[in-house]
Design a protein around this ligand. Structure first.
Ligand code: C5P
Length: 398
């Protein structure tokens, strides 16, 4: 993955035990292609040493405003020049206060004041320090000044207390920073998605399902969120974390998925149906566990309603996107499905290696023909689909 390729980031580390997570964040940024310049405050450097960041970023880590290594001894200006963002993680209560008041008495605070790029902060502190009206005032002031405040999260704290004040995890911060850089092409749009398999119960402990991992649908939820949409994700049973900021509705069967979709569809501009909905369900679900017997067991299956076709047939449907996973004749079957269900866009893929996995190769089919995407990681495919939807909504056809 190189979602941060070409991005130059200043990673500020202030004094707090969460500084250990900043080392992991530096690693994730670098792994994702970013050029990272670490700047530690004096107390930040008491928690994790500059050598750690130097090793992880492959560049000098800075702590001192008067560091003579900068060519013109103007570290406070040189470091943020050309930066795409300054990310301060962890941001202590003291540092937030400094930022809110425009103080500049060390390298990092000076850099923040002298910047011409976005500033993203991830607060981390004891819960009472966070709840203190002074900190809350500073946080609001910063938000008003256009600073992006990520978190804090609620949970166990190093001091033994529990509450709001934990820094977000490195992976969450990385995800948010990547999202921050995406074009907001779906700003103001409401997106509803289905994802994952459905589970059609046979009895209380058994059922019919499939191997859909839900990854493509979850990647699309993330891509739509990053594009500025408000996102509701109706998910079958999967083992995936909910992308931050996405409203998730968990369901089991196709019937439940249909009900959840119908409940939300009125407030939807774009419906993306990624779920591998079971085509059939057992005619009967046994109330008790079915007992083993010597004779063959015959199951009668009833067809499930086609959720997507129903939504697309509404008098004023949202912009509907379908998926078509085929084992052969991709173009013919996918275009056939698109026309049969009256969808503006179908995303087709050939099932060469079964379902699941982190990558995908797809072809988008619309009125204008076929548009291949990939092979690429699913999040990249998802961003391509979102960009195509934006083009179609803008009337450019993609
Ligand atoms: O016809 P087929 O099942 O291949 O169509 C796949 C598309 O239709 C996918 O977008 C899938 O989410 C949707 N679908 C649905 N309800 C069903 C079956 C499929 O919404 N019962």
């Amino acid at each position: 993955m190189a979602e941060l390729k070409g991005k130059r980031l200043v990673l500020g580390v202030t004094g707090g035990v969460a500084a250990y997570k900043a080392a992991e964040l530096a690693r994730l940024f670098v792994k994702d292609g970013a050029e990272v310049h670490a700047v530690l405050t004096q107390s930040g450097a008491r928690f994790v040493t500059p050598a750690t960041f130097q090793a992880l970023t492959g560049r000098p880590a800075w702590t001192d405003m008067w560091d003579a290594r900068m060519p013109d001894n103007m570290a406070h200006i040189d470091l943020s020049r050309g930066a795409d963002a300054i990310v301060v993680a962890p941001a202590s209560a003291d540092f937030l206060a400094k930022l809110a008041h425009g103080l500049a008495d060390d390298l990092l605070s000076t850099l923040c004041l002298a910047r011409d790029c976005p500033l993203i902060v991830a607060p981390a502190m004891n819960r009472q320090m966070w709840e203190n009206p002074a900190t809350q005032r500073n946080k609001s002031q910063l938000a008003q000044d256009g600073v992006i405040v990520l978190g804090p999260a609620c949970g166990e704290q190093a001091c033994g207390e529990t509450g709001l004040g934990r820094m977000l995890e490195a992976a969450e911060l990385h995800d948010a920073v990547v999202g921050f850089f995406q074009p907001k092409v779906l700003a103001g749009r409401r997106v509803l998605l289905t994802a994952g398999p459905t589970f059609e119960a046979l009895d209380p402990v058994r059922g019919l399902t499939n191997l859909s991992s839900g990854r493509m649908g979850f990647a699309l939820a993330r891509a739509a969120r990053d594009a500025g949409a408000s996102v509701t994700l109706v998910s079958g049973p999967v083992a995936l974390p909910t992308p931050a900021g996405v409203v998730r509705v968990d369901v089991q069967s196709a019937g439940e998925m249909r009900e959840a979709v119908q409940r939300h569809v009125r407030e939807t501009d774009i419906f993306i149906s990624v779920a591998a909905v079971a085509d059939y369900r057992p005619e009967q679900t046994a109330a008790q566990k079915i007992k083993k017997a010597a004779q063959p067991l015959t199951l009668t299956l009833q067809p499930n309603p086609d959720i997507l076709a129903e939504i697309a047939a509404l008098p004023q449907p949202p912009f509907c996107v379908g998926f078509a996973a085929e084992s052969e004749n991709l173009d013919e079957y996918a275009q056939g499905k698109r026309l049969a269900k009256k969808l503006p866009l179908v995303v087709g893929n050939l099932l060469r290696h079964g379902l699941g996995g982190d990558g995908n190769t797809v072809v988008m089919f619309d009125d204008r023909g076929r548009h291949p995407l990939g092979p690429a990681p699913k999040i990249e495919i998802a961003r391509g689909i979102v960009a195509h939807i934006d083009q179609m909504l803008a009337g450019n056809g993609g």
